[in-house]
Design a protein around this ligand. Structure first.
Ligand SMILES: Nc1ncnc2c1ncn2[C@@H]1O[C@H](COP(=O)(O)OP(=O)(O)OP(=O)(O)O)[C@@H](O)[C@H]1O
Ligand SMILES: [Mg+2]
Length: 416
């Protein structure tokens, strides 16, 4: 790795697992942008680089301005490298590994409860099979109290959901309609730590919002459908009030934890927004999931990366929980008034005004560049390659046609 950074030549590092689709898209868009004028009009260049895993000197000076991380939550060598480049070198990270301890449902629920949001009643229950380690035997025997699982479930009421406190991809999630389900699911939970959570019954909409820096897209999500149909292409599926509430809560939680690339889930029933899943270390942005929204996601990622690198936005490793809790503790404020105070704190954290101004001046051509590219044979090749590596041969033609249709729709909507 060459070392050292340059004030006008910026390298964006990509720390990747198995994905090829969005990194290729990101690399191509960055290539097509060319030079980006900075505040003083001076041209800045952006370059991308895929990061490899190697021994590293804790004093080595990295040449990255910013790193987009999709790996370190699970993979420890790059995790430690990220900590080093954040602490020693001020490299900007999406996201900071120092927040991984909160990157589960549990911490986000706790923060949201403290902030007065409508998280369904949730309990954490001890392990069915506590982690087997001789060091814990004494503590377990002396301090692990037997408890009445049925009594906890009765307090919450049926139906309820049992799900891992840190889960993803629906693994270990079950809807529990009575004591028999409850015991079966708990017995099966084994060494996973579980939440029991009141079910939001008969909700009208499942809203999934993807936040990338200062931008958030709220999408209608249909978890019961197969992967390629889960994100519905629908624009006015929430009332203006519920839509803005979902948006505000997403930005609030992201600003609160300093997450700048995250997806959040809320269940909306009769205009009441109930957040259920607000922390995703590696939010899904596959073209085969997002389809119509994929061009938005890649543009937002390019814009936010360019904004941070070119304007020299400083990363914040510290949390500023006190300012949020001050608002939470104002007893004379209504829920809506608190939300608007939180929204202001989030805008301040993301520097939304400065970001919008940067996009309008320094990245004024970007939307046209994205439109040209999504309509090009180059993009089509990316789509076809992704379908080939995702679906079995007999389904590939059908899926190529399906996604082509959705992306052509995006091109039509955006050319208008
Ligand atoms: N409190 C709840 N009320 C109603 N439905 C719920 C509740 N909690 C979870 N669900 C349902 O269970 C599904 C999975 O729950 P959750 O999102 O908490 O788990 P997950 O493992 O993160 O899944 P995913 O990766 O799909 O987000 C949700 O999509 C929703 O349909
Ligand atoms: Mg979820």
């Amino acid at each position: 790795m060459a070392s050292g950074r340059n004030r006008t030549e910026h390298v964006i590092g990509l720390l990747l697992g198995t994905e090829e689709d969005w990194p290729r898209a990101f690399e191509e868009l960055v290539r097509r942008i060319g030079a980006v004028p900075g505040r003083d009009g001076e041209p800045h260049t952006l370059e991308t680089e895929r990061i490899t895993i190697e021994p590293f000197d804790l004093r080595a000076v990295p040449h990255y301005d910013l790193v987009i991380d999709r790996l370190a939550y699970w993979y420890y060598v790059p995790r430690e490298w990220l900590k080093k480049i954040a602490l020693v070198d001020d490299v900007y990270l999406l996201n900071s590994p120092f927040t991984f301890q909160s990157m589960e449902k549990h911490a986000a629920y706790c923060a949201m409860i403290r902030l007065g949001l409508k998280v369904p009643d949730t309990w954490l229950v001890p392990y069915k099979n506590p982690v087997d380690n001789a060091r814990y035997a004494y503590t377990a025997a002396k301090y692990n109290l037997p408890f009445d699982l049925d009594a906890v479930a009765d307090r919450i009421g049926y139906p309820l959901f049992m799900k891992p406190y840190d889960g993803g991809a629906w693994v270990g999630v079950s809807r529990i309609s009575g004591p028999e389900d409850l015991h079966r699911a708990y017995d099966e939970s084994g060494e996973r730590l579980m939440h029991l959570q009141a079910s939001v019954e008969g909700y009208d909409v499942f809203a999934r919002s993807l936040t990338i820096g200062a931008e958030t897209m709220v999408m209608k999500f249909q978890p019961e459908l197969p992967m390629h149909e889960r994100y519905a292409v629908e624009h006015d599926f929430l009332s203006p009030q519920a839509g803005s509430e979902v948006l505000t809560i997403s930005r609030l939680i992201n600003a609160f934890f300093r997450w700048e690339f995250n997806s959040c889930e809320s269940l909306v029933r009769a205009d009441e927004v109930h957040p259920i899943d607000y922390a995703n270390a590696c939010p899904d942005i596959a073209v085969t999931s997002l389809h119509y929204y994929f061009p938005w996601a890649i543009s937002a990622l390019v814009k936010w990366s360019a904004f941070c690198a070119v304007t020299g936005r400083r990363s914040r490793l510290d949390l500023d929980t006190g300012r949020y809790f001050e608002v939470a503790d104002l007893d004379d404020l209504s829920y809506d008034e608190k939300l608007s105070r939180y929204a202001a704190l989030a805008e301040e954290y993301f520097e939304s005004d400065r970001y919008r101004e940067f996009c309008a001046t320094s990245l004024a051509d970007l939307d046209d560049i994205v439109l040209d590219w999504v309509a090009s044979s180059d993009f089509d090749a990316l789509l076809v390659d992704t379908v080939r590596s995702t679906y079995p041969p007999h389904e590939q033609d059908r899926f190529v046609a399906h996604f082509r249709g959705l992306l052509a729709l995006w091109v039509r909507d955006n050319a208008a």
